[in-house]
Design a protein around this ligand. Structure first.
Ligand SMILES: Cc1cc2nc3c(=O)[nH]c(=O)nc-3n(C[C@H](O)[C@H](O)[C@H](O)COP(=O)(O)OP(=O)(O)OC[C@H]3O[C@@H](n4cnc5c(N)ncnc54)[C@H](O)[C@@H]3O)c2cc1C
Ligand code: SF4
Length: 496
């Protein structure tokens, strides 16, 4: 156990963020540059080393959290890195972006502040890079097998790294011009600076993973051809089919899907062009949706100097604390301020109807209004009944809007894509690719990992999927495997 009295004597300390006004002036990470090193030992020392560590169970990767808390407290960074990297290929992504279900399940969280697990994780991850403990691990014995992976998001990358390290020749095909999936073109720089991604990709390359960008499997090369040329094929194409807003006026100019908008902003930061084709500068922006993607649109619009930004969430405003229906250790639905909402509050550039954090809760969109040229000018909304989300009569209001961004979530992969049709893959009722609990489709030697099989999810699940699918592929190729499989394809988060 780290510090027997740590949880009594040391308060939880958050990671300090730059001021909201400084943050929106650039695209850099929202956090202060200074290291967590001076405080992280004390934070890790708050861990009670519980007999049954619920944090470990709540982490889809099965991260050995109490072990590395103890090692950090004892200043043994090499052993802490070894424990962390044993279960997580990319702790620099989860340590920045994971919603940390482990912290909700921490035993301290029953009546106090949980251990700041995510901050300990990111500190171990970054220190491992600095001290050379996160090294390339090229395989010692090539297996002679060749595996193709379609898609380079966290699921495809984790799968590739595991299979390459196990000795298989692994080639990743990506239709975009850069590797990374949603880590590259979905999540903005202010939450993940892309040099962290580039650093990891370079490590995969140096271990022997091959990458081909600008190749759409199904069009540039047929999936059947790819399958014929390798010993196993893993499909990790994500859940790219976005949900629509079926209201009158959807067709107006100025109404865009979040995933049409966010990649352009990321490309500006990459230096591909100066002004994005969809730009919030000076506009009255309304974001329809309540999740991570909507919050990323909000932060992006503020950095593009939007005139006003409002976010509509169809759900009622959650409470600050767990309710009886959301008992510990499940991940509760409580009111959360993202960094983008903090920024909106600081800048007060929101519509008068919205709260200080730019949000209107219990809001359902009735229709979009346009000018004679077919450009959106306003959004009419009503209060949504909590039970069935139908509009409540007499609650209509109009918000001026000349840019409307739709962030309503995703179904699964595109069912009409030639990739799926080439291999005659079945879809589930949820729109994801059908597979058994070991990630295998009905097509011999074809596996599915990540959001393509699970439906829209989280980076930590995508990494767990990639690792587990790699173990399934290794077993398929060699008849046995020493690779870890943290989850089955049927496992679901401990949440309500
Ligand atoms: C805006 C946004 C913000 C998010 N924020 C968070 C967050 O803060 N924390 C968190 O945990 N999760 C977050 N998520 C969810 C997380 O990003 C996903 O769950 C995760 O990226 C899924 O990984 P994946 O590898 O399955 O798919 P993806 O990351 O979607 O990658 C799939 C890749 O496959 C490629 N591809 C598709 N079809 C083909 C083809 N035919 N040929 C070749 N390549 C193809 C795509 O171009 C893409 O690069 C966010 C999602 C979005 C959209
Ligand atoms: S990956 Fe997520 S759930 Fe797992 S230890 Fe890190 S923050 Fe917690």
């Amino acid at each position: 156990m780290a510090d027997p009295k740590g949880f009594l004597t040391t308060p939880r300390r958050p990671r300090t963020r730059r001021s909201a006004t400084a943050r929106v002036a650039d695209w850099n990470e929202v956090y202060e540059g200074q290291s967590l090193l001076p405080i992280v030992g004390g934070q890790a020392g708050r861990c009670m080393d519980c007999g049954i560590p619920f944090c470990h169970d709540a982490c889809p990767l099965g991260n050995l959290i109490p072990d590395w808390n103890d090692l950090v407290y004892r200043d043994d960074w090499q052993a802490a890195a070894a424990r962390l990297l044993a279960t997580n290929n990319f702790p620099e992504f989860t340590g920045r972006l994971c919603p940390a279900p482990c912290e909700s399940a921490c035993v301290l969280a029953i009546d106090s502040d949980p251990v700041s697990i995510k901050n300990v994780e990111i500190t171990i991850a970054e220190r491992a890079w600095q001290l050379g403990h996160d090294r390339p691990l090229p395989p010692l014995d090539p297996s002679g097998h060749r595996v193709a992976i379609v898609g380079s998001g966290p699921a495809g990358l984790a799968c590739a790294q595991q299979l390459t390290r196990a000795g298989h020749r692994t080639v990743v095909y990506e239709r975009a011009d850069r590797i990374g999936g949603l880590l590259r073109y979905g999540i903005p720089n202010f939450r993940l600076e892309k040099h962290y991604l580039d650093r990891r990709i370079e490590q995969l390359r140096s271990e022997g993973t091959e990458f081909h960008t600008g190749v759409t499997v199904g069009s540039d090369v047929s999936a059947a051809e790819l399958r014929a040329g390798c010993d196993a094929l893993v499909i990790a194409v994500g859940a790219t089919r976005w949900r629509e807003l079926p209201v009158p006026g959807r067709e107006l100019d100025g109404v865009h899907q979040a995933m049409e908008y966010l990649p352009l902003a990321n490309r500006v930061v990459e230096g591909d062009f100066g002004t994005p084709a969809i730009d919030a500068e000076g506009k009255q922006v309304v974001i329809v949706g309540g999740g991570d993607t909507a919050a990323d649109c909000l932060g992006t619009a503020l950095r593009q100097h939007a005139g006003a930004v409002t976010q509509l969430d169809i759900n009622p405003r959650p409470g600050e604390h767990r309710t009886a229906g959301q008992p510990w250790p499940v991940y509760p639905r409580t009111y959360r301020m993202t960094t983008s909402h903090e920024e909106a509050e600081a800048l007060t550039r929101t519509a008068p109807q919205a709260g200080a954090d730019a949000r209107i809760f219990s809001a359902t969109t009735l229709h979009l209004e346009g000018d004679p040229h077919g450009h959106v000018t306003a959004l009419r909304l009503a209060e949504a009944e909590p039970a069935d989300r139908r509009p409540r009569t007499g609650t209509d209001q109009v918000i001026p809007a000349d840019l409307v961004l739709l962030a309503l979530g995703f179904h699964g992969p595109d069912p009409d894509s030639p990739l799926l049709q080439d291999l005659s893959l079945d879809l589930t009722d949820d729109g994801t690719i059908a597979r058994d609990t070991r990630f295998a489709t009905h097509h011999d030697g074809v596996f599915v990992a990540g959001d393509a099989g699970r439906g829209q999810s989280l980076i930590v699940w995508a990494i767990a999927e990639g690792r587990s699918a790699a173990a399934a592929v290794d077993r398929y190729l060699t008849g046995r495997t020493a690779l870890p499989a943290p989850i089955t394809a049927a496992d679901r988060p401990l949440t309500l």
